[in-house]
Design a binder for this molecule. Structure first.
Ligand SMILES: [Zn+2]
Length: 61
């Protein structure tokens, strides 16, 4: 028996849409406490990438 929990808290990860032509994204965490050194992620054929620093999720439109 497996029941799916219905009231799971939603992770507060910011989702950022980027142009579908983009081959990658740069993330520096934005301003404030989530800021981190600028890093670049390539989509590499995937529809999304997740920043390892701030857990932002980048989605190609
Ligand atoms: Zn980031």
């Amino acid at each position: 028996m497996s029941q799916m929990p219905v009231n799971q808290p939603v992770p507060q990860h910011e989702v950022i849409e980027v142009d579908h032509h983009a081959s990658g994204v740069k993330c520096d965490g934005g301003n404030g406490v989530l800021g981190h050194p600028a890093v670049y992620y390539a989509f590499d054929g995937k529809p999304t990438v997740t920043c390892l620093y701030c857990d932002r999720i980048f989605v190609r439109k």
